[in-house]
Design a protein around this ligand. Structure first.
Ligand code: TIU
Length: 223
């Protein structure tokens, strides 16, 4: 398959060796009362990408491609949350504190779940990650290698934090990554724009970007 409209040049991939990775589409980042809002962000901005992300996920599932969901999540005892992360800044609630959707950024709490519209289904990988990047302390690289995955299509939040970190980690591990432009969002629109630019600069120094419509067209073309 080929996404001709990808930037900075066409992106080629095979369905069987490509995974769609949705980063941290959790209530903690997208809904009021979660981690994102405790940091002082306007979380309403992120909701806008849900319809396009849902459509991309549906098309990818229909095509039979592997789906990976990540969640930024800490153990209940916070043993995987470095004090530097918990103590940073001056949030209204810190990681592990009780909030309106349960304990902030703690695995298993209501706020830590992926939003209903994008809920994982059987057979999809769900990765809890204690860091911003999806490979740090998760074992995901081995899971992808076992499945012969070499190419990664990315969506999720936030663009310049967990998505960009994960794409850079993937790049260093030899994956060809493409970020779906309308399936990712930041609390800071300027940071999203800058991230898209820096990913595809210097001849795809980190990877590619493309609108999700181009992926849907590529999938339909071969269906
Ligand atoms: N704060 C912020 O923009 N993001 C995060 O803390 N985590 C993710 O990006 N998932």
């Amino acid at each position: 398959m080929r996404i001709e409209e990808a930037n900075p040049f066409a992106y080629e991939f095979e369905l069987k060796s490509t995974a769609l990775v949705l980063i941290d589409m959790q209530r903690d980042f997208i809904e009021p009362g979660g981690f994102g809002e405790t940091l002082g962000n306007d979380v309403s901005l992120l909701e806008a990408i849900v319809p396009a992300t849902k459509a991309a996920l549906a098309a990818w599932r229909q095509a039979g491609g592997l789906v990976v969901h990540t969640r930024e999540a800490h153990k209940a005892d916070l043993s995987d949350c470095p004090p530097a992360k918990r103590n940073r800044s001056n949030p209204t609630l810190r990681i592990g504190d009780e909030g309106p959707m349960g304990r902030i950024l703690v695995a298993g709490e209501p706020g830590n779940q992926i939003i209903d519209a994008l809920a994982p289904v059987e057979g999809e990988l769900v990765i809890d990650k204690p860091g911003k990047g999806m490979f740090y302390a998760t074992g995901l690289h081995e899971l992808l290698q076992q499945r012969g995955i070499t190419h990664l299509l990315f969506g999720g939040v936030t663009t310049e934090v967990c998505v960009q970190t994960s794409m850079r980690e993937a790049n260093d591990r030899g994956y060809d990554g493409l970020l779906l432009e309308d399936c990712t969002e930041s609390y800071f629109p300027a940071f999203k724009a800058a991230t898209l630019d820096m990913i595809r600069a210097q001849g795809a120094i980190v990877g590619w970007t493309a609108p999700s419509a181009a992926l849907l067209a590529a999938l339909n073309h071969t269906a």
